[in-house]
Design a protein around this ligand. Structure first.
Ligand code: PLP
Length: 387
């Protein structure tokens, strides 16, 4: 049976490889603690669950979703209000907002909507691996822009060769950033708008961690800088601010032309999101801003515990201010894989190797704070004992 060539270019998804490794160790009786995956274990707010149950009882909602590929108007209106309230960004629910099955879906359909075979798509290295996979599935070519600590984790657009710029048609950016935790500034976003305009590049700013911020960091949308709507869209999601990763609900906002292309792809692919989930999403956006500070209290506590532990074992580091990931430099003389392997073999703690996010992730590991307190405490205790 033939398998598509484009799939051959995509390495196995990071978390599938991790899952297999963990399953094998667990089958051998090892109590593995997995700090490799960013998937909140804390529950979705009760009001959201109640609304889902209520709406699921109504047979009207058992039919194809209202406004299918666009997302229902009531959901799009609530997204527009949320963007105005939290980021000061004005959006028209008709044309400037789409419902998504999570922001990951948006990344993929953005590519199918804007690139042609052989085009180049710019992405950062390290970066979220799904961007690269979507670029390959769109039969385009990724160009990796290094994202380095010494450059405050901003790509240097001036370093991109002219031959690449000529072929570049789209670009993924992502702040607060997975895996580094770095946050953007308005100045950087303005520079990105200017760059995209000069080279006619469609921008997809992926912002699912917009609310996971520490140390007084300001919540920022790409669309809050002048001109952003002319060059790009932003993806966001209910996964992280409301502990709703399993619900698969997100949104794309911004440039009408790009959104119309994305919508055309969706119209012919997925037929939209279950109405009851969209109603529950409205509830989250409308009522559950109050969940965010409560959730952040938990992450602050867990983050402090990891900082304290790494300090105690002689590996102090200064964390970035966004996401529920910590991007931690490995000990001198070790590389990402060495340190990841040592943590697994000596402490049965799984972390993600920095190189899983690209070659410029070398020298780092990523720890996720989305595990129960008790398990994180146990993991940190094991690490303190063996290092
Ligand atoms: C940068 C980034 N974008 C998108 C996603 C996917 O989020 P969603 O659940 O909204 O599809 C993730 C999930 O980890 C992510 O880290």
């Amino acid at each position: 049976m033939q398998v598509a060539d484009r799939l051959q270019k995509i390495p196995p998804y990071l978390f599938v490889t991790l899952r297999n490794k963990i399953a094998k160790a667990r089958a051998e009786g090892v109590d593995v603690i997995n700090l490799g995956v960013g998937d909140p274990v804390d529950p979705t707010p009760q009001s959201v669950i109640d609304e889902l149950c209520r709406q699921a009882q109504d047979p009207i909602n058992h039919q194809y979703p209202i406004d299918e590929e666009k997302g229902m108007l009531a959901f799009r209106q609530e997204v527009a209000k949320w963007y105005a309230r939290r980021y000061g960004v004005e959006l028209q629910p008709e044309g400037e907002v789409l419902g998504l099955i999570g922001s990951k879906e948006g990344c993929h359909h953005f590519i199918l909507g804007v690139v042609n075979p052989g085009d180049v798509v710019l992405m950062t290295d390290p970066g979220y691996p799904a961007y690269r996979a979507s670029i390959y599935m769109g039969t385009a070519e990724p160009y990796h822009m290094p994202m380095l600590a010494q450059k405050n984790y901003f790509p240097d657009f001036d370093q991109i060769p002219p031959a690449i710029l000529k072929r570049a048609k789209a670009m993924f950016l992502n702040y607060p950033n997975n895996p580094t935790g770095a946050c953007a500034t308005r100045a950087f976003f303005s520079r990105a708008v200017e760059f995209a305009r000069a080279h006619d590049i469609a921008v997809c700013h992926d912002n699912p961690y917009s609310e996971i911020l520490f140390d007084g960091q300001e919540a920022l949308s790409f669309l809050s800088v002048p001109g952003a709507k002319d060059v790009g869209i932003e993806l966001n999601s209910l996964s992280k601010p409301y502990n709703m990763t399993g619900w698969r609900l997100g949104m794309a906002v911004g440039n009408k032309q790009i959104l119309a292309a994305l919508c055309k792809v969706k119209e012919n692919t997925d037929s939209g999101i279950f109405n009851a989930i969209q109603y529950a999403g409205i509830q989250a956006l409308k009522l559950e801003d109050r969940n965010i500070p409560k959730m952040m209290e938990i992450y602050v506590r867990r983050r402090n515990l990891v900082l304290e532990t790494f300090s105690k074992i002689g590996l102090p580091f200064t964390p970035q201010k966004g996401t529920f990931y910590l991007w931690i430099p490995v000990p001198r003389g070790k590389n990402s894989i060495d340190f990841t392997t040592a943590l697994f073999e000596k402490a049965a703690v799984v972390v993600a190797a920095g190189t899983a996010y690209g070659q410029h992730g070398e020298g780092y590991i990523r720890i996720s704070l989305t595990v129960p307190d008790r398990r994180l405490e146990e993991a940190m205790e094991r690490i303190r004992k063996v290092f």
